[in-house]
Design a protein around this ligand. Structure first.
Ligand code: ADP
Length: 636
């Protein structure tokens, strides 16, 4: 007998649901069994909700009903039925919850599904469009539901998943909760067999908090893992639970199991995922720990238990010392809640420090996957010291761009009397190795942190110092004080001839001309003391913000003009010497002017300030073309 909706109203699925259904029904044939996991997980959520509802409401339908999930199989009819005694749905809820997708990032999710990147089963689970997955296996679905609100009517929802659904009254008897009847497709009939369904449930839904019965047999028997004694839990059990919790098919990078009895009782079972789950850029929605009070789920994905920069951590927290009927709004004001939160945060950081010391390879992996989020921890003043211990940078003494150094290691590399930690920003290590500002640092053996990610500069400038050492941008460091450090190879003096007095005068005039030609673009054009391998460099005179910082502020829409800088010229560079020779032949040679412009653009490029690089490209082409002409003339 089929209990179709009575006095039914017809509705159309929203466009994105239709698109999703189309993919689920027509192109996904692997791991179809996960629809069972999804329906059980919805039933579980509905039971969690009704349990909370009971805490604050006296009048509730089916007050004495046990909280459970019942599965029945009808092999002959090719049907599977999943029932729960959960919160149920009102008419509005039925129409709004099942028929639309509330989540953002749906389009991106649908794209990923279409391309079938990664495994479908986990994509579906993580994105939480679970209910619709039933149509991978069903030709028809009938939902019969009755809300926990006293006096609610029994309602029916029916659809073949093609584009429309109907909602009406039902002639079935339900005290409270939801019953989902599934007519299976020809090739998914195995899900109407008890043994098959049992094994699917054991595989995917073993950690469900409420009893699941299949044909009267209770099949999930595992108690809440986090309340068990650590020594009794195997690695496999942790992994299985992690998979259940996150839909991540890789085992976690690490498990943190905390059990505290005094002064406050709580258990926390936390995981650091092996891979960042921040795909779709919907990390924020997905962040948070599940908060239980005496094994009752109070809040799914609570966002206040750990700070945002530890948002990559997944897991559950359970405490006896939070009132069971606390509202979400007052949670944060609860003193015990804050104490638990402080303790968890500090233990996660301790744990990360431990990994960094004992398993450096795993730590590098952590940094690669979660570093971007973790860096936001510069705002956590309470844990600043631990945070600083965990920070990693590439550095001048690293072998390659991927290598990471701690500030502690930097400290061991510092030269005698060094009082500051130097850093420099650029887009790549290759660019930095050629950066003229680093010449002096190299000759003195002073270590420099290499910073490629703009956020690092925020991190550094807001940390201000590490231990007693202030951070300082290498390109605003004062040359004379740097020069006081010993050279590593004092014998290695450059073998360039000194300029004659006369040439020195010519050079002074060239610098004057150069400044006139650049006008307000530069503050001064002067001789450089620091340059070794480059002809020019653009230096800031003051100790203000570094260029990368200014650039970032400008990117964020703030109108900050480029402050004029000092163009430093290397008198010993071959190119500058050639310019002197040209000047001697003809003081107003047009080629000099071209060099003035082009070298200025190059110095801007070094500084990362050259926004319109086409100018430099054009000038280079012109010069190359002319050079070819001069070369050929010389060959004649
Ligand atoms: P999600 O569970 O991620 O929200 P679904 O598409 O699986 O996405 O379900 C949509 C909504 O339908 C749920 O959020 C819930 O409000 C409602 N729902 C689904 N199944 C049930 C059920 N068994 N009992 C009560 N409400 C349900």
């Amino acid at each position: 007998m089929s209990h179709e909706p009575i006095h039914a109203e017809k509705f159309e699925f929203k466009a994105e649901v239709r698109q999703l259904l189309d993919i689920l029904v027509h192109s996904l044939y692997s791991s179809r069994e996960i629809f069972i996991r999804e329906l059980i997980s919805n039933a579980n959520d509905a039971l969690d909700k009704v349990r909370i509802y009971t805490l604050t409401n006296q009048n509730i339908a089916g007050k004495d009903l046990p909280l459970e999930i019942k599965i029945s199989c009808d092999k002959e009819a090719g049907k599977l039925i999943i029932e729960d005694t959960g919160i149920g749905m009102t008419r509005d809820e039925l129409i709004n919850n099942i028929g639309t997708i509330a989540k953002s990032g749906t389009a991106e999710f649908i794209n990923q599904l279409k391309e079938n990147k990664g495994d479908t089963a986990n994509l579906i689970g993580r994105f939480g469009v679970g209910f619709y997955s039933v149509f991978m296996a069903a030709t028809k679905v009938l939902i019969t539901t009755r809300s926990a609100i006293e006096g609610s009517e029994v309602l029916a929802w029916e659809s073949d998943g093609l584009g429309e659904f109907t909602v009406g009254e039902s002639d079935q008897k339900i005290e409270r909760g939801t019953k989902i009847e599934i007519w299976l497709k020809e090739d998914t009939k195995q899900y109407s067999e008890v043994e098959t369904v049992k094994s699917v449930v054991k595989n995917h839904s073993n950690f469900i908090n409420f009893p699941v019965f299949i044909e009267k047999e209770k099949i999930n028997t595992l108690p809440a893992l986090w309340t068990r004694n650590k020594s009794s839990i195997t690695k496999e059990e942790y992994q299985e639970f992690y998979k259940f919790l996150t839909y991540d098919s890789n085992p976690p990078l690490d498990v943190i199991h905390i059990s505290v009895d005094a002064p406050l009782q709580f258990n926390a079972l936390l995981f650091i995922p092996d891979k960042s789950m921040d795909f779709f850029g919907m990390m924020k929605e997905d962040m948070g720990l599940d908060l239980y009070v005496r094994k009752v789920l109070i809040q799914h994905k609570n966002k206040d238990l750990i700070p945002e920069y530890l948002g990559f951590v997944k897991g559950v927290v359970d405490s006896e010392d939070i009132p069971l009927n606390i509202s979400r709004e007052t949670l944060q004001e609860n003193a015990n809640f804050s104490r638990i939160s402080t303790s968890i945060t500090s233990q996660i950081l301790n744990h990360l420090i431990k990994i960094s010391k004992e398993r450096p390879d795993d730590f590098s992996k952590f940094w690669r996957e979660h570093g971007k989020i973790f860096k936001m921890g510069y705002q956590d003043f309470m844990n600043r010291e631990k945070f600083a211990q965990l920070l990693r940078f590439n550095a001048s003494y690293s072998d390659k761009e991927e290598d990471l150094s701690s500030l502690e290691e930097y400290e061991t590399r510092m030269v005698k009397n060094q009082k500051e930690i130097y850093f420099i920003t650029a887009t790549s290590r290759a660019a930095l190795l050629k950066n003229p500002f680093l010449d002096t640092f190299r000759s003195k053996g002073i270590p420099v942190l290499f910073v490629y990610d703009p956020i690092d500069e925020y991190v550094i400038s807001s940390m201000f110092k590490y231990k007693e050492f202030n951070f300082k941008a290498a390109n605003s460091a004062d040359f004379d004080s740097l020069n006081k450090f010993d050279d590593i190879n004092p014998e290695e003096k450059p073998s360039v001839e000194e300029l004659s007095r006369e040439d020195k005068k010519h050079l002074d005039s060239i610098l004057e001309k150069w400044k006139d030609s650049l006008g307000d673009k530069v503050k001064k054009v002067t001789l450089s003391k620091r340059l070794k391998e480059s002809p020019v460099v653009l230096a800031s005179e003051d100790e203000g913000m570094s260029s990368a910082m200014l650039k970032m502020m400008r990117m964020s829409g703030q109108n900050i003009p480029v402050p004029p800088k000092v163009l430093e010229v290397n008198k010993d560079h071959k190119l500058i010497r050639e310019m002197i020779s040209i000047y001697k032949l003809d003081k107003s040679d047009a080629l000099l002017q071209r060099y003035f412009d082009q070298l200025y653009l190059i110095s801007m490029l070094y500084e990362g300030e050259l926004d319109e690089s086409y100018q430099l490209v054009e000038k280079s082409f012109d010069l190359m073309t002319d050079a070819a002409g001069w070369y050929l003339k010389g060959k004649e």
